[in-house]
Design a protein around this ligand. Structure first.
Ligand SMILES: [Zn+2]
Ligand SMILES: [Zn+2]
Length: 245
């Protein structure tokens, strides 16, 4: 399994891109940076996109990809929960913000096709075993475990507040890609903003190690640019506290 982080932020700048992770060049987790960081031929190689939730920093690239698909007579296949699909159809691909690509050029062969997934139900998508878990965010959202044929798997949290530990018994990832969007000063507001902080991650990671007997490599993403130095300092403390060898 070859993992490429296309974008790791919730804020765009010349140095940062919206959230997207690309697996083996064919499966994308979130679509924030999927168009701006890939050539057209790389975009065409993508067979499926798994969306964690409807926020623009995770879905932004869908419009451009769908436009290319429309012009080429192709279809973009995107997967998510009913809530996220409904939100994107109603608020984005509605003919006002973006074209109604889910019924254009025809409902039978649209430029953008949404496929519904259900939490806790393993599903085989373009050769990968996918398992989704509901997480706490400001809109309905899920995390994904993605397993490939070579036996490797990763867990991607998407945007989430506390509560990941309840899913640990169901997963066995070789890599964790986790939200660490805010600094510890924001921990008390986490239930409202739906993002993690280093000190909130600590008990989740300790529980992972206790339940699973190991702790895989961890990539922390979605760090708010204005607090990045602060968050990095707090993450260093977290690593020292044994949450990562
Ligand atoms: Zn986000
Ligand atoms: Zn979000």
């Amino acid at each position: 399994m070859k993992v490429r982080i296309l974008g790791a932020h919730g804020l765009e700048s010349t140095e940062t891109r919206f959230m997207s992770v690309l697996i083996d060049g064919v499966l994308a987790l979130d679509a924030g940076a999927i168009s701006c960081s890939l050539s057209l031929s790389q975009q065409k190689r993508i067979k499926a996109i798994l969306l964690t939730h409807s926020h623009a920093d995770h879905t932004m690239g869908l419009a451009s990809l769908s436009t290319h698909a429309f012009l080429a007579g192709a279809t973009v296949d995107a997967y998510s929960t009913k809530e996220t699909i409904d939100a994107l159809k109603r608020h984005v691909f509605n003919g006002v913000i973006d074209p109604e690509f889910t019924i254009t050029p025809s409902p039978e062969r649209p430029a953008l096709k949404f496929h519904q997934i259900e939490a806790y139900k393993p599903q085989l998508i373009v050769g990968y075993t996918i398992l989704a878990f509901p997480v706490h965010h400001t809109v309905p959202a899920v995390s994904y475990q993605v397993g490939s044929e070579d036996g490797k798997s990763l867990f991607y949290s998407g945007d989430t507040g506390s509560g990941l530990a309840s899913h640990w018994e169901h997963v066995h990832p070789d890599l964790l890609i986790l939200d660490c969007g805010m600094s510890n000063a924001w921990s008390a507001q986490s239930p409202k903003i739906g993002h993690m902080t280093p000190e909130l991650l600590k008990p989740e990671l300790i529980e992972f190690r206790q339940k699973k007997g190991y702790l895989p490599p961890i990539i922390l993403v979605h760090m708010a640019l204005v607090f990045e130095d602060e968050i990095k300092g707090e993450v260093a403390e977290l690593a020292k506290a044994g949450c990562r060898d």
